[in-house]
Every structure is written in C-alpha cells, then in structure tokens.
Design a protein around this ligand. Structure first.
Ligand code: BTN
Length: 318
C-alpha cells in the first residue's frame, strides 16, 4: 500500500487530494492518514495542507522493499524482497530463506553488512546507504558443474544494468569482477547447496559500490558516483539489475550456455590480454584465450601450453 500511495505522490508535481487517493485505493481517509504518518516516520517528507491534499517533498535514500518492487516489471525476480537495515551477510539471510522454501527469485537487500564476504575468504566492505548489497535465490535445473554459468550470467546482467543506469561502460574481469576503467566497482559471489548430481539452490550475491567517496575506497576500487561525478540512484540500480537478471536467466534457460558465453565474451576485458593468474597453489602467466561453460579461463602460457584455470585472481598486464 505504501508503494501505491507514493506512486500517486511521485506522479504529481503538486498536491494530491486525500479523497482522490483513498477512493482510488479503496481505503478510508483515516487509513490513508495513518499510512502517511508511517511513511513520514521512515523518512519521507510529506506536506499535508487542508483542502489541497498531500505533497511529497523528499524521499529518503533507502531501498525499502515497497520502493524496489513498485514499478518492477519482472515476473519472479524480486517478487519476494526481504529488506534489512543491517545484517551480517545477505548471503546467510538468503540461505535461510532458501531453507524455508522461499521461491526462486527471492531477494535479500541490506543497507549495510557487518560481515559482508567476497571471494576467496575476503571481506566485502559494506558501508551503510552507500552501496547495493543483495543476494538472490535461484533454483536452477543444472548440475553443480554448470553453476559457474549463473555467475557469468550475473556479471553480464550487472554490466547491462550499470550501463543502462549510468551510461558508463563497465566490463568484466574474469571470473566475475565488474570494472570501470581498471578499477573494481562490483563483485559477485555464488554459493551453492547441491547433491552430487543436482543443485538444490544457488544463492548469488552482488555488491556494488554506488555512492562511496574516493577516500573510503581501496586504491584499486571505484564507485559509480566517482565515475559519473554525481550521486547515483541505488533504487534505479537495484531495479535495473533485477530486470536484467530475469531476462538473462530466461535467455540462458531458453538458448543454452553457448549464447550466454557469447554475451560474456563480448563484455569481458580479460580475453585477448596478457594475464598473470594467482591460483591457490601456483601462478601462471600468458595470454587469456577464452572461457569454458564451466567458467574456467583458458590461458596459453609462454611455453605454448594451454592451461585451464578454475579459481584465482587475475592481474591484467598492461
Ligand atoms: C567479490 O568480488 O569477491 C564478491 C563480492 C560479493 C559481495 C556481495 S555483497 C552482497 C552479498 N553478501 C555478501 O556477504 N557478499 C555478497
């Protein structure tokens, strides 16, 4: 209901009469007044003038679920949203939802994380109201070995969404870092519950630096605000991301891995480059040739041997 009330207020430059809103929504004037009070309490500045109606002066920069879901065009992505002001990690919260039989497309969004995690046991800095920290649940009909496809797919969706919202040209660094120029703006983490031959569910987490200021970022990181020079709407980023993920997931199911890999290759800034790969046990250096449907990077070393790399960190040699 709050989303619908806000919609009336957002669509109008001036006042909207309380009678009009309550009639259209089929609620009493008193119920409307109570909803308006609730909205004010969570930070919306709404002016009420007798005989004129209500006018929205300012909305808080928050990712409330009713804001995210309102106007969302998706069929299943984000149809169930859990919004948290603070959480240890949205990954943990989303796994809990999965265990409680939440539907595919359920999303957990937090304003901050106290133990946000990245790949290879790293931390993901998650300062309050600065970034997007979200995990979503998929129940794919894939074998565990095919799950890297979901991570590749999410990188593609993230690049498309960030391009649409900011006009920038982010690119993917293998395996799933989103870079703008040579700095990282977003990262993706996939966690899995699986049997030997089938996936129970996958939780995919994405962290995006949106309005972080330069001095709070690591030297090799950036934010959308730093790159565009202006504050970026986190709401627009989340909505666009959910839309793109749904489109790409449907596309992956309909067209199969090779078409998705094609999209990934077109957006990759790793392929064709000289790279150093720091794996857990060894380092290799050479030219990044391609990726496989299992997400592995194919590297031709200087001695001409083709190596498949499944995990590790890539350094792009300039
Ligand atoms: C990486 O680049 O190493 C992956 C970073 C993934 C961070 C996101 S933020 C939302 C979700 N919750 C977490 O704890 N991690 C992911």
């Amino acid at each position: 209901m709050q989303g619908e009330i806000l919609d009336f207020l957002k669509k109008s430059d001036g006042y909207v009469s309380g009678d009009y809103i309550s009639q259209r929504l089929g609620i009493s004037r008193q119920a409307l007044w109570k909803h308006i009070q609730d909205l004010k309490e969570i930070g919306y500045q709404i002016e009420a003038v007798p005989h004129e109606g209500y006018r929205l002066l300012e909305s808080p920069d928050r990712l409330f679920s009713f804001e995210v879901s309102h106007g969302l065009q998706t069929k299943f992505m984000g149809r169930k949203i859990t919004y948290l002001d603070r959480v240890d990690s949205t990954m943990n919260a989303c796994v809990r939802l999965a265990m409680e039989n939440a539907p595919e497309g359920a999303v957990v969004i937090a304003e901050s994380q106290t133990r946000g995690r990245g790949r290879i046991g790293r931390m993901w800095e998650s300062p309050k109201y600065k970034g997007v920290y979200a995990s979503f649940l998929l129940r794919p009909k894939l074998s565990p070995a095919e799950v890297p496809l979901l991570t590749l797919m999410t990188s593609v969706s993230a690049v498309t969404a960030l391009t649409r919202v900011t006009g920038l040209e982010p690119r993917i660094k293998w395996p799933n870092d989103i870079l703008i120029g040579h700095r990282k703006a977003a990262g993706i983490l996939t966690e899995l519950s699986a049997e030997t031959d089938r996936v129970n569910f996958a939780v995919i987490g994405i962290g995006i630096n949106v309005n972080n200021d330069r001095e709070t970022l690591l030297p090799n990181a950036t934010s959308l605000k730093e790159e565009t020079g202006a504050k970026v709407s986190r709401l627009a980023v989340v909505q666009s991301l959910l839309g793109e993920i749904e489109k790409d997931y449907v596309y992956l199911r309909a067209r199969g891995p090779e078409q998705m890999l094609k999209k990934w290759r077109a957006l990759s800034m790793t392929l064709g480059r000289r790279v150093k790969v720091q794996g857990e046990k060894r380092h290799i250096e050479g030219e990044a040739l391609d990726i496989d449907a299992d997400g592995a990077l194919l590297v031709r070393t200087d001695s001409g041997i083709r190596e498949k790399v499944y995990a590790g960190d890539v350094i792009h040699c300039r």
